[in-house]
Design a protein around this ligand. Structure first.
Ligand code: ZN
Length: 271
């Protein structure tokens, strides 16, 4: 029998630049064998990125040992967008009897109400951690998708995004548009970020990335330029989006997950 030992390892690697966009390490110190989904697979996305090493890839999906409680960065994002998708699907054909799969929330079908499970509802530290992990998850998705689109995710301008998303260092703000009405998207199955010329321009000029996912708007401060442009940029966005009008209520700094209408109060008319 011929030995196969001499055949080089032909396993597919998810590499373009060869350096991990989160930890900055290269082969052979780290490996790149596992499919890095740029937005969570469980939300229906099948977009596969590159230059995300296996250990960083694992980190985002695993309980985060540096936090209390140990909520994984991706878990909070999956929970919130999973709930949004579930609630938006409630009325649509074929989804009437779907069961909600959630670690942290209960759903009452008769009242169409979502609530934090009672174990968590009164714990302020739980909500603080959940909110922080959600914010880190948005920055993680941004950097992965940006790198997938532009191959420029290693740009040192994004160093603080890496530090915050991967290591929890610092506190990058997330701004959120609170809506009075919710516009249901046609396709809930393919969450994909937009990197059109205007959003690339927002990144390069203002250091902001306007993130739009399933009818929800978030503004991320992705480069240090945002420190200087924040006031101007947010004022312009507020004007452009019609804050204070019939559709958009406010543009707020996200401090608690409850500021996001993920239970779709607006859609189901409840408080
Ligand atoms: Zn890495």
């Amino acid at each position: 029998m011929k030995s196969y030992r001499s055949i080089p390892n032909m396993r597919k690697e998810y590499i373009k630049k060869g350096t991990c966009i989160f930890c900055g390490k290269n082969k052979p110190e780290v490996s790149f064998y596992e499919k890095p989904h740029t937005t969570p697979h469980s939300l229906g996305s099948n977009r596969i990125g590159f230059d995300i090493c296996d250990s960083c890839n694992h980190f985002f999906g695993e309980p985060d040992k540096s936090m209390f409680p140990r909520i994984a960065v991706e878990t909070s994002v999956k929970e919130i967008f999973g709930l949004i998708r579930f609630m938006l699907n409630l009325e649509s054909e074929g989804h009437e009897n779907d069961e909600l799969k959630s670690k942290y929330f209960n759903f009452w079908r008769s009242r169409k109400t979502l609530q934090f499970r009672s174990t968590f509802s009164g714990m302020s530290y739980f909500r603080r951690t959940f909110t922080k992990q959600f914010k880190r998850g948005l920055y993680e998705i941004f950097l992965q998708e940006y790198h997938l689109e532009t191959e420029n995710g290693l740009d040192p301008r994004f160093d603080r995004v890496r530090r915050y998303a991967r290591y929890g260092i610092g506190d990058l703000p997330v701004w959120h548009l609170q809506m009075r009405m919710i516009f249901v998207e046609k396709s809930l199955d393919v969450p994909k970020l937009h990197f059109d010329p205007s959003s690339i321009d927002d990144i390069n000029t203002y250091g902001f990335y306007p993130m739009y996912l399933w009818g929800f708007w978030f503004y991320l401060e992705v480069t240090p330029a945002a420190d200087l442009t924040r006031e101007v940029y947010l004022r312009e966005q507020a004007k452009k989006m019609g804050v204070g009008g019939f559709v958009v209520e406010d543009l707020v700094l996200l401090k608690d997950i409850s500021q996001i209408d993920f239970t779709l109060r607006q859609l189901y008319g409840r408080n």
